[in-house]
Design a protein around this ligand. Structure first.
Ligand code: ADP
Length: 462
């Protein structure tokens, strides 16, 4: 199958969030499945042409390679992409984002004809490439080259929709008849993501549960009605995990490597983490790890409420992350009060993150909402048992067979579940089985790529 990946950020070239991980890893997994994939993305200033050995294809287009032989095309325009920040800078969003990404989408479609690459599928991501399906079914609809191309739009976080003033609508080159409730209009503004959702053949998001949740008022950020209309075309596929980076057998950052069949090394990693945290080196005390943004979305509101009570239990807890200052403060106070129980690293630190995933017994991730979530997938791979709130991707990946789940979002239920996990930890044989089951699970990209191929095939039957 010929597939085009249209994404505004792609690992290893440019990244601000999880979208880049997906757009970088999925093409590689599809290539391994024998598919022909190309990627088209903007050429930002931050992308180092020399480092990635990029070549000029023609004016305004550079090319590079990722994976074994995946061509990456970079749409270049100094006035739009030759500046700092992918979407904005310290002053907020770039003011001309509609022009920038409309340009990127038009040029991406033009490029396909220029290089004579006629795909079966164009896979778009988030609002930045949402104009591809819109243009395809309007401006490009009469051109035979484009007529058979199908599109799929992946929504990574429905909170970001690409909203612009009505006055900007003419820049899209679309008839005003598309600016209404059935089109791109949204409470008097232009909503680019809504356009993508209406014009793509299939919509998906990054977990089956989040796909259902965004169809409700609580999670839909105003677009639940649009999703409801397209109910039959909405799907959820879990993101995969990069098993080359996250592998306890080969991880270079951890004190001792280990595996499901030879799990003994994990005890050494726990000891290493305990000494880093200046905790007593106790095997029998359950060590809870957190690697997260210190934000309400990640459950820090209920954690902050319950933390004093939690610190009184016979446990240890290490927290790595940055976020809202109010949570920094709450946790700093706890460290001052219970230095042998809680340790805090207010920073971004990849090495420490690996050590926490490997050395903890339990990974705490009580997110209020979570489109997919990576932390729980990483921790399962490292035999660190996740404790989560039942939402989004967490609900799809963690259950009583491999972790601890609470289904009512409150401090009381969080504290109760932490107590339960700490109690369960006391039974060594049961715990070893839990770890073994967790490590047996497969959340690699291979499985997710196969699901995407099935989804691509579904667009044809329409
Ligand atoms: P989100 O994308 O909403 O922040 P995810 O769970 O999907 O949450 O992904 C977060 C990723 O970032 C995980 O790989 C996690 O290990 C990593 N991470 C988050 N905070 C830190 C930090 N302070 N230091 C190192 N890695 C971090």
């Amino acid at each position: 199958m010929k597939i085009v990946m249209c994404a505004s950020e792609v690992v290893p070239f440019a990244k601000t969030g999880g979208l880049a991980d997906v757009a970088g890893a999925l093409p590689l997994a599809l290539e391994k499945e024998g598919q022909e994939v190309i990627i088209i993305m903007p050429r930002y200033k931050a992308i180092d042409a020399a480092k990635f050995n990029l070549k000029k294809l023609k004016d305004g287009v550079l090319t590079g390679v990722t994976g074994k032989n995946i061509k990456v095309y970079f749409i270049e325009k100094e006035g739009y992409f030759g500046r700092d920040g992918l979407y904005g800078d310290k002053n907020g969003d770039h003011q001309d984002n509609l022009d920038r990404f409309a340009y990127y989408c038009r040029k991406s479609l033009d490029l396909l004809k220029e290089i004579n690459f006629k795909p079966e599928i164009i896979h778009c991501h988030d609002w930045q490439s949402s104009l591809v399906p819109v243009f395809l079914k309007t401006i490009y609809a009469k051109d035979p080259f484009y007529q058979k191309i199908r599109t799929i739009l992946t929504i990574h976080n429905i909170g970001y929709q690409g909203l612009f003033a009505k006055e900007e609508f003419p820049k899209l080159g679309l008839d005003w008849s598309f600016f209404n409730m059935e089109g791109l209009e949204f409470y008097g503004k232009v909503n680019i993501l809504k356009g993508g959702m209406l014009f793509s053949d299939i919509i998906n998001t990054v977990s089956p549960t989040y796909a259902e949740e965004i169809q409700t008022k609580e999670f839909g950020f105003g677009l639940e009605g649009v999703l409801d209309k397209r109910r039959d075309a909405v799907f959820g596929i879990l993101n995969g995990l990069d098993y080359d980076i996250w592998n306890p057998e080969t991880d270079k950052f951890i004190a001792k490597n280990f595996s499901r069949l030879e799990p003994a090394g994990k005890a050494k990693d726990k000891e290493d983490l305990q000494s880093l945290c200046k905790f007593p080196l106790k095997k029998d005390v359950p060590l809870f790890g957190i690697v997260s943004r210190l934000a309400e979305q990640k459950g820090f509101d209920i954690l902050a409420e319950g933390i004093d009570e939690i610190c009184k239990m016979n446990i240890q807890m290490v927290i790595l992350g940055t976020g809202d200052l109010k949570y920094h403060e709450v946790m700093q106070n706890m460290v001052a009060k219970y230095p042998k129980v809680i340790s805090l690293a207010l920073k971004f630190d990849d090495v420490l993150a690996h050590k926490i995933y490997a050395g903890s017994d339990i990974f705490l991730m009580p997110s209020k909402y979570e489109p997919c979530g990576l932390g729980q997938l990483i921790s399962l791979r490292y035999g660190t048992i996740p404790l989560v709130f039942k939402t989004g991707g967490l609900a799809d990946t963690v259950n009583s067979e491999n972790g601890f789940v609470f289904d009512h979002y409150s401090k009381i239920r969080l504290v109760k579940t932490i107590r339960k996990a700490a109690d369960t930890f006391k039974d060594k044989a049961d715990w070893a089985q839990l770890v073994e089951r967790a490590m047996k699970l497969d959340f690699s990209w291979k499985a997710s790529a196969k699901k995407y191929l099935e989804l691509y095939a579904k667009t044809k039957r329409k």
